[in-house]
Write a protein that binds this ligand. Structure first.
Ligand SMILES: Nc1ncnc2c1ncn2[C@@H]1O[C@H](COP(=O)(O)OP(=O)(O)OP(=O)(O)O)[C@@H](O)[C@H]1O
Ligand code: SF4
Ligand SMILES: [Mg+2]
Length: 366
């Protein structure tokens, strides 16, 4: 196993190593006077690997950098630092058309991601032509096949995005992503803008497509029930960094990072009489990515922080027990070292109880 990223022995399909993405903020005049730009470190040293065919969830509070990382992986945002590899090959900052095809995104809002002036058929025709996906005489048949894959009919080729419901529009957006025959589909909160009544059907569609087409799926979601249901592994992001990665059931039953335990604790317990307040969620707000704390970036909110955490930035390290479980906490796999305050830091049953049973989607938003 790769001790940095949690991937198994097989070569990962997509990997990020020490990837950072920063945005300059504030006025240029002020930056000139200060002689330095203010940088917002949205993604700040991410290590992550995806295996071919897996569904990996990316979770974390709002603003933790999930979408920025997804855009960087898909080649839609430039990285400031680090390496992104596809099938072992380093992807250049400016990707070729062929490389861009391999990783496609589905966004939260299907309406704004579709061109309102083109029919679905026109949109697919344009895409298939530019990328030479099929010969010209196969374009219509292939477009109809794509719509069939997402549960729409050939007649829908002549409709405009505004003529569809939200769920249907997301189906169109998924068909468009699949048109380029990608290896990796990155779905950034693909159902959070949809009616609750259609969320499950779109998620099931994504899951079925992944199985049928052998896709590798990166699913960004605030909904931990969905994550638990659909994903093989979970990566937890905090303030621009991956702080824990593990197989899904390990994350839910034995979370190792205090932040992950806080996220799970934020899900109210379902069992009767369990609302005993014994599992506090994460205290306070996350610091600004303009001022990431020195040492461990979670220390300002961590219930078990120690003096060492103020100066030493914990690396994402593997469980010495050999499990495919990584966490970026000095005490993740050695809770005794954190002293009495670290009760539960070893991922005992407490986390599992806090996570509670799987709940309906709208109840379970983290
Ligand atoms: N284009 C941009 N310019 C400046 N700052 C940005 C830009 N895009 C994102 N950010 C900032 O980067 C940080 C990470 O944002 P990002 O959208 O990646 O978070 P997220 O985890 O996807 O959040 P959410 O769950 O709300 O979608 C935030 O502080 C955000 O304000
Ligand atoms: S390294 Fe320290 S501050 Fe960071 S999560 Fe672990 S105990 Fe908390
Ligand atoms: Mg986002």
């Amino acid at each position: 196993m790769n001790a940095m990223t949690g991937a198994g022995p097989a070569e990962p399909l997509l990997s990020a190593r020490d990837v950072s993405v920063s945005f300059p903020v504030g006025s240029r005049v002020a930056a000139r006077i200060r002689r330095e730009e203010r940088l917002l470190r949205a993604v700040d040293g991410v290590d992550l690997e995806m295996r071919r065919g897996e569904a990996l969830a990316l979770v974390g509070e709002s603003g933790s950098g999930k979408s920025t990382l997804a855009l960087a992986l898909a080649g839609l945002l430039r990285t400031n630092h680090g390496e992104i590899r596809f099938d072992g090959r380093l992807l250049p900052a400016s990707r070729s058309r062929a490389d861009r095809r391999r990783i496609q995104m589905v966004f939260q809002d299907p309406y704004s991601s579709l061109n309102p002036r083109l029919t679905v058929g026109g949109m697919l025709r344009e895409l298939l032509r530019v990328h030479h996906v099929v010969p010209a005489n196969r374009v219509r048949a292939f477009s109809a096949e794509l719509l069939a894959l997402v549960g729409l009919g050939e007649a829908d080729l002549s409709s405009y995005p505004r003529q569809f419901s939200g769920g249907q529009r997301q189906r169109v957006a998924i068909a468009r992503a699949l048109a380029l025959r990608p290896d990796v589909l990155v779905a950034d909160e693909p159902v959070s803008a949809l009616d609750v009544s259609v969320q499950a059907t779109i998620l099931n569609l994504l899951s079925n497509l992944r199985n049928d087409l052998g896709l590798t799926l990166l699913l960004i979601s605030h909904n931990l029930a969905v994550v638990r249901h659909l994903c093989d592994r979970v990566a937890v992001m905090y303030l621009g960094r991956i702080v824990e990665v593990a197989p899904t059931e390990q994350i839910f039953s034995a979370p190792r990072h205090p932040y992950t335990r806080g996220l799970l604790a934020a899900i109210p317990r379902m069992t009767e009489g369990a609302a005993d307040g014994s599992a506090p969620a994460i205290a306070g707000d996350p610091p600004s990515p303009l001022r990431i704390p020195a040492g461990c970036r979670f220390r300002t909110r961590c219930p078990i922080a120690q003096p060492r955490c103020e100066t030493e930035d914990p690396a994402l390290a593997a469980d010495p027990g050999g499990a495919e479980h990584l966490a970026a906490c000095h005490f993740a796999f050695n809770p005794g070292a954190a002293g009495a305050g670290a009760d539960g830091a070893g991922g005992d049953r407490a986390g599992a109880e806090r996570a509670g049973p799987v709940r309906s989607e709208n109840e379970q938003n983290a």
